[in-house]
Design a protein around this ligand. Structure first.
Ligand code: MD3
Ligand code: FE
Length: 206
């Protein structure tokens, strides 16, 4: 379903086996060194979703090859298979012409537990306009897709469930978006995940 120009939601894009495999990979990536961390913003706040990065390490508001705001370790490598998954996702959602020439080289993995949320923001730290690929695992969330002008209304709320794909390209690449709530206990029982996990794949242009 196209939620806005260039923003396509593909429910249940990952089958059970692929969800389980991706979760197992995320649990592995979350281990130290360069594992799961709490993100501190320059204003002194902390993000409630914790994060692990592959390929390039994101910290507000830049990218580095080491975990500059954590244990200082080199960021984990971005695996080729994950880039292939990203290209397939873009081709399925937006068509083969939308697949970027440059390879996907960043994964940001956000873990939401308890009351974790994400405020309205834009992703503007990448140097190129390649589509962002988002994959959700675990609990259902309310994803808020806004506009390119302001973090306020108008916006569209969409429920993202375990296995869903969302691709943000074209004019949607710079839209405000956020996660106002996660619905606890809604993860599929066969997955074995308490909470929610979101994997975004990006092209750095670096
Ligand atoms: C629209 N993550 O990592 S995924 C983020 O569920 C982020 O963890 C949320 O916002 C999450 O930056 C939302 C959907 C998403 C991701 C990246 C986008 C939507 C986007 C980039 C541009 C436009
Ligand atoms: Fe974002």
């Amino acid at each position: 379903a196209e939620v806005a120009p260039g923003a396509v939601h593909a429910p249940a894009w990952l089958d059970r086996a692929r969800q389980r495999d991706l979760l197992a990979a995320c649990r592995d990536w979350a281990r130290p060194p360069a594992g799961l961390r709490t993100v501190r913003t320059p204003g002194g706040g902390t993000m409630t979703a914790r994060q692990v990065c592959l390929g390039w390490h994101w910290y507000p508001y830049s990218y580095a090859r080491t975990v500059v705001d954590g244990d200082g370790a080199p960021v984990k490598p971005f695996p080729a298979w994950l880039g292939e998954l990203g290209r397939r996702a873009v081709a399925d959602a937006l068509g083969p012409d939308a697949v970027p020439a440059a390879p996907y080289d960043i994964a940001l993995i956000n873990f939401y537990d308890g009351d974790a949320r994400m405020g309205m923001h834009r992703d503007a730290d990448e140097r190129v306009d390649a589509p962002v690929v988002s994959l959700s695992l675990g609990d259902t969330c309310v994803f808020r897709f806004g506009n390119t002008e302001t973090r306020a209304r108008p916006y569209t709320d969409v429920e993202l469930r375990s296995g869903d794909l969302f691709v943000f390209g074209g004019p949607s690449r710079l839209a405000y978006h956020g996660v106002p709530r996660v619905r606890p206990g809604t993860a599929p029982p066969w997955l074995g995940l308490a909470g929610r996990l979101n994997i975004t794949l990006r092209v750095s242009g670096l």
